[in-house]
Write a protein that binds this ligand. Sequence first.
Ligand code: GLV
Length: 372
Amino acid sequence: MPDKSFRVFATCDIGQPALEILRQRGYQLEVYPDADPPPKSLIIEKVKSGVDGLITTLRDKIDAEVFAAGNGHLKVVAQLAVGFDNINRADANVHKVPFTNTADVLTEATAEFAFFTMAAAARRLWTAEKLVREQKWGTWHPFLPFLGDEVTGKTVAIIGTGRIGLAMIKKCSGFDMDILCYDAAYQNKDYIAAIQRVMDLRFDTDIQKQRTTIRYVDLQEALSFSDFISIHVPLIREGEGGTPTHHLINDKTLRWMKPTAYLVNTSRGPVVDEVAIAQALKGKRLGGAALDVFEKEPLPSDSPLRDPAIEDTCRLYPHFASAGRITRLDPHPDKGMAGRCVQGLIDVLEKNYGGDIQQMPYVVNKEAFKRD
Ligand code: GLV
């Protein structure tokens, strides 16, 4: 192993197998020991003290203050997440610090979680189990005390057709669903055409009884005609470039949805207006919601989403979609977020790819390193 004495501060324990890779390479590694994130002042202090690399999570705000503190010596920020709205890209670019993320390795885990929570909300699994646990299961009955809604054969809207949206499409197509896609930024027409061919083959060979379709539509059509709506867009605030997604789901767009529709959000909390969702559930203008991400995390005790009046229709999860053992911790960069995170860090610090940041697969802000 090469002896590299790079100094790295990790704001969180990302698991021993991946951290061991850095230790074995001779890195001086300091890992913040608490489960809660370090205060920003501590991150700044560590950066000022001369670390070469930072390992961050989505809980750490990495902006101009942090980059300025690292001026001249901070060489890389390696984020353990696919989303990076906590890292100010413009500030990173001003200071010419590459940052990496862990796309791809969490795609399937996140999509399956979106699918499972969608189905669990519709079939009322939580309410049904509560019935048994609270000794309120009287007898078997055709429709009492309640029924759920099937997923198979229904229509789903996929809002955002990046990696995770496409993986969700793949899973939904296996449940004979019609699929309406919306993406303001990028339309993967080849993938959608391939799914249509699979749908046609399943129908032609009698694997599914009804013919199903998939197509891109506008947001209003997607929301208006779907039984399920699953959100897979990145958080883009006004002025950040690209089409903003902040509060994409709000009082107005919620009113486009069927009153029986279920909304699933595994993207970022601020993409939906939580007050509007709570009101829609309370007013029975929305059938149910399954939310894994929130405007403020952890979810505050006074959140309107905790209103007991909507307890049965509002499922709440602790930003858990990628929380599979392999997905989170595997040290291989093609399997685990931890492995991809340390590989992104190593690529930059050890000048892999001939030191050409443009070629480094996990660097996000490549635009700051364009050669003239
Ligand atoms: C999780 O939300 C992630 O961005 O990886």
